[in-house]
Design a protein around this ligand. Structure first.
Ligand SMILES: [Zn+2]
Length: 129
């Protein structure tokens, strides 16, 4: 098996609903995102997936979140997808990326998305086989 990982980041505000603490107030983070993709078969270039491809597909989704109030976005508004925590963001990004990569011909899959709201505080989401 091969594994690829890319890192990117975006800046966005959030607040935690029904939470007793300072995070209930609107505040911002530069969210760090790691996307992990795995597969068995390399292409004729010796690549699992071109890093450029992985980065550009990820960027399109990240751009929708960048410089936004996450609570106001549809996935998290009205508590649809829960609070915009690092946990829920990692699940949201995983599901979006999984859909974006399902169109690839070869057997590659997004296996994990990690979201860090600071260098010391990260959450990850993946699905068991
Ligand atoms: Zn926060």
């Amino acid at each position: 098996m091969y594994e690829l990982m890319i890192r990117t980041n975006f800046a966005a505000a959030h607040s935690l609903r029904d939470y007793n603490g300072p995070c209930a107030r609107l505040h911002g983070h530069t969210w760090q995102v790691e996307v992990v993709l795995t597969g068995r078969q390399l292409d004729s270039y010796g690549m699992l997936v071109d890093f450029r491809e992985l980065k550009s597909r990820t960027k399109k989704i990240i751009e929708e979140l960048d410089h936004q109030d996450l609570n106001a976005l549809e996935p998290f508004a009205h508590n649809n997808g829960g609070n915009p925590t690092a946990e829920n963001l990692s699940r949201y990004l995983f599901e979006r990326l999984k859909a974006k990569f399902s169109s690839l011909q070869r057997e590659v899959k997004i296996t994990l998305v990690r979201v860090c709201e600071s260098p010391e505080a990260c959450a990850a989401y993946w699905e068991e086989d």
